[in-house]
Design a protein around this ligand. Sequence first.
Ligand code: PEP
Length: 262
Amino acid sequence: MNRKYRKTIIAGNWKMHKTACETRTFAESLKHALPRTKRCSIVICVPFTNIPIAIKTLKDCRVAIAAQNMHWEESGAYTGEISAQMLVELGVKYVLIGHSERREYFAETDAIVNKKIHAALAAGLHPILCVGETEAQRELNLTDAHLNYQVQAALSGVSSEQIKNITIAYEPIWAIGTGKTATPEQAGEACATIRSILRSLYGAKLARQTTIQYGGSMNPENAKNLLSQSDVDGGLIGGASLKPENFLDIIFTANEYEESET
Ligand code: PEP
């Protein structure tokens, strides 16, 4: 992490877990146990149906609520879809875009990801753009080329002003939900690669200011080492964000690290 230049964000991605009642219970536990120091931003990406209760229960604390997806059109005949404006009206601040599960199971292409990024920004949402390679791509030494392609495709047409409102999550697909974590060095190198892609697109200053998270089986045991990498500015956490004690443990780790750094 490098607090001097950019925000650290610890975000939980609940995927399709928890009902509204369970969300209230989780949010109550979280808010009573949060660290007093406000050194990292905390986000939870909840299912659509849990957004109102999450926002209500966490309204007085510094936990921002995110959606896990959205449609790129403002409105229209898209049965089952949710627009950015609908999320904004509820008080949602962030939205995951291009999570590998959306790409794999819902045929989300890079072109769709790009449209969603533009729609989220236009509505005032802060996208967390997910990118990452497959195991086969890593084995073939194609990680950097793939990241280069995915980041450029997702950010096509995004201006220097707009990039300030985007976070990138490096999520190697082989590490998501598998219990296989990237080594701190692999995570650090990939995040540094993404930063160098941003540098070539937007210049050194904006690249330095962009938060780049690591996601892929991060948990209370490995968080410290992953977050110790200078280009890893937080985590996008699936499984380990479902229990308040585990999620809090990672939040405290991020906080403590920053305290010892400054
Ligand atoms: C994720 O859903 O983005 C994720 C990283 O999941 P997990 O932590 O369970 O691998």
